[in-house]
Design a protein around this ligand. Structure first.
Ligand code: ATP
Length: 254
């Protein structure tokens, strides 16, 4: 664990593995939610974390984003040790987290929510707002409305847009499709692809395994705090165990 105050002025080094999670154990008191998991996310990749409820996906993201500390193991970003660095400091290193449930500020307008996303910079760059509004035309239509009046899909777009205002190097998305209608889910996945094509590395937690694996370069399957399977998106999509457990397909033996 890193107890010394991190030097946030140094940029994250350019290396192929952006995120390296090595043997982390994360506990809620007596319960070990993660039992020594290891995985990597390459620069420019979309990596999906799959698993049933309670498998440890959210805990993994919370630990990478600095909301929780591992009891054991290490996390490095661009070769720099980051476990133990609190979330608000990690944002300065380019790690932005869109948690499950979106958490937009409901009484603030769309504009104010987006401006909050740029808090790590001295001032809000109008060009960044315009880029987000180009990506999410619905947010332009709702720009002066309180975020609490938006639909679930629009709030998800706002939560992602707000994270983009922080110019992330690594974007952590927790269940962005949760509770949304299929058409909106498809739009959200298209947006995630677009964000990735702009050069942002993405660690995606999803229950929607088929769409997540179609988008992801690679994926890891978690079961009760352990990684039980890993592979490229196409490999996992074709895997009988994934198809039976997460894609609802009946596999006929033989
Ligand atoms: P979901 O899809 O339901 O969000 P998940 O894969 O994200 O599931 P986690 O939320 O990371 O799973 O939970 C992993 C384990 O840790 C579960 O056994 C869960 O009950 C436990 N857990 C999660 N949060 C807490 C908490 N605040 N206190 C105690 N145990 C917790």
């Amino acid at each position: 664990m890193t107890d010394a105050r991190p030097d946030l002025s140094k940029p994250v080094a350019a290396c192929e593995t952006l995120l390296d999670v090595d043997d982390i154990e994360v506990r809620y008191g007596a319960i070990a939610a993660l039992k020594g998991i290891s995985f990597t996310v390459g620069r420019g990749e979309v990596v999906a974390l799959l698993g049933a409820n309670g498998a440890g996906k959210t805990t993994t993201q919370k630990t990478v984003s600095g909301m929780m500390r591992p009891a054991r193991g290490s996390i490095t970003l661009g070769g720099r040790r980051i476990d133990g660095i609190p979330a608000h400091d990690l944002i300065r290193l380019g790690v932005c987290h869109v948690p499950e449930g979106r958490h937009v500020f409901p009484r603030m307008t769309v504009a104010e929510n987006l401006e909050m996303g740029a808090f790590r910079f001295k001032s809000v760059d109008r060009k960044d707002i315009d880029r987000v509004l180009e990506m999410f035309p619905r947010l332009r239509e709702r720009y002066k409305q309180p975020a609490g009046t938006l639909s679930g899909g629009e709030q998800q777009m706002l939560a992602i847009g707000r994270a983009l205002m922080g110019k992330p190097e690594l974007l952590l998305l927790d269940e962005p499709s949760m509770g949304l209608a299929p058409l909106i889910v498809a739009q959200i996945f298209d947006i995630v692809r677009e964000i990735n094509e702009l050069g942002v590395t993405v660690l995606l937690v999803e229950q929607n395994a088929a769409q997540a694996l179609s988008l992801a370069d690679r994926g890891y399957v978690l079961e009760t705090g352990e990684i039980v399977l890993q592979g490229t998106g196409p490999e996992l999509l074709a895997d009988d165990r994934v198809r039976a457990a997460y894609l609802g397909e009946e596999i006929v033996a033989g």
